[in-house]
Design a binder for this molecule. Structure first.
Ligand code: SF4
Length: 336
């Protein structure tokens, strides 16, 4: 009987991006500096493990600003908030720390700029996602959400000569380009954003998956179900030739039956996923004969962000290091 060669292709980059790293460190440093509890509006990043770990340290996650007691400290999540949320926090005299990823803030600024110039803004994104709610809140009267290619037929604008598209940072690159193609068919004068809104981390993680997909029988993406960029990675894998693909929060969620007859397993993780969870998946696979791990390196990442200004100011006032720059792990190294 023929023995199946078992191996793992491990994507790089994968896991934490600079924006997620910054947001998580922001909550950790806020807990150290001000002491618990520190309130966090929404999940700081969309990852179950990160949220439960911070909860154990004294973070309290709330859905809305009015759940935070008057005068308390609240951190806004990496996905960004609408201006109305800042107003609500002010009304409650909250001390706010804004951990919005600078690449999301960039999209907010683009929205403000085009709204000021009286454009209709077609925001490509997923309805109900926190980032989309935050960006739309910058100029609700100018922004129309376009939720994928099939939504284009419903889109109407005031003046087809003054229309621009922007997007959520964590979308599928290919699907977004298809949405833009259809929008441009309908509105030939459609303007492009000044620079890519889909962020470097989303693009790089999709690129790595595309390179591996055709060679994999099974793609395991580590990430939470509410993590847009993680969900996209499974879709991208299946679209580019992976025979099967699943999203798991933890190694324990892997069904051993998925491995039946499987030679090559692809492994990657979304931008909000700590590396420890990937290691656990690799251990799970190694125990089942998948010990040969080959990194597939498609890009190197070196982007850095400073911590939020209000936090750096308070750290400095206490004579503590301000954390300088934080950087996404952008894993490129072999784990062994
Ligand atoms: S996925 Fe992109 S936009 Fe989102 S936090 Fe990371 S770097 Fe920022």
């Amino acid at each position: 009987m023929e023995t199946q060669t078992k191996r793992v292709l491990l994507a790089a980059p994968r896991g934490y991006c600079a924006g997620v790293d910054r947001a998580v460190i922001t909550v950790e440093k806020a807990l150290d500096l001000y002491g618990p509890p520190v309130y966090v509006r929404k999940e700081i990043v969309h990852n179950k493990h990160v949220v439960t770990t911070l909860e154990r340290r004294g973070a309290i996650f709330v859905d809305e600003t009015d759940e935070v007691p008057e005068g308390a400290t609240v951190v806004f999540s990496a996905h960004g908030v609408a201006p109305v949320v800042h107003d609500e926090a002010k009304a409650l005299s909250l001390k706010t720390i804004d951990a919005t990823c600078p690449l999301v803030t960039k999209v907010h600024r683009e929205a403000i700029r085009f709204a000021d110039a009286d454009y209709d803004i077609l925001l490509i994104g997923h309805e109900g996602h926190e980032e989309v709610i935050g960006t739309s809140g910058e100029a609700p009267e100018h922004i129309t959400l376009v939720d994928g290619p099939d939504d284009v037929k419903n889109v109407e604008v005031r003046d087809p000569e003054r229309v621009v598209w922007l997007s959520q940072t964590t979308l599928s690159v290919d699907e977004t380009m298809e949405t833009v193609r259809r929008l441009r068919e309908k509105f030939p004068k459609l303007q492009d954003p000044p620079s890519d809104d889909i962020c470097y981390a989303t693009q790089n993680r999709q690129l790595a998956v595309k390179e591996m997909a055709a060679d994999t029988d099974l793609m395991i993406v580590v990430g939470s179900r509410n993590s847009s960029n993680s969900v996209r990675l499974v879709e991208v894998a299946l679209e580019h030739g992976a025979k099967d693909g699943h999203l798991v929060d933890y190694a324990a969620e892997i069904d051993p039956a998925w491995l039946d007859g499987v030679g090559t397993v692809g492994v990657t993780s979304g931008a909000s996923v700590p590396e420890i969870l990937v290691r656990e998946v690799l251990e799970f696979l190694a125990e089942r004969g998948y010990e040969d791990v080959k990194p597939i390196i498609s890009a190197e990442e070196s982007l850095t962000f400073a911590l939020p200004m209000e936090l750096r100011r308070d750290l400095k006032a206490r004579g503590l290091p301000d954390g300088a720059k934080v950087v996404g792990q952008g894993f490129v190294a072999d784990l062994h």
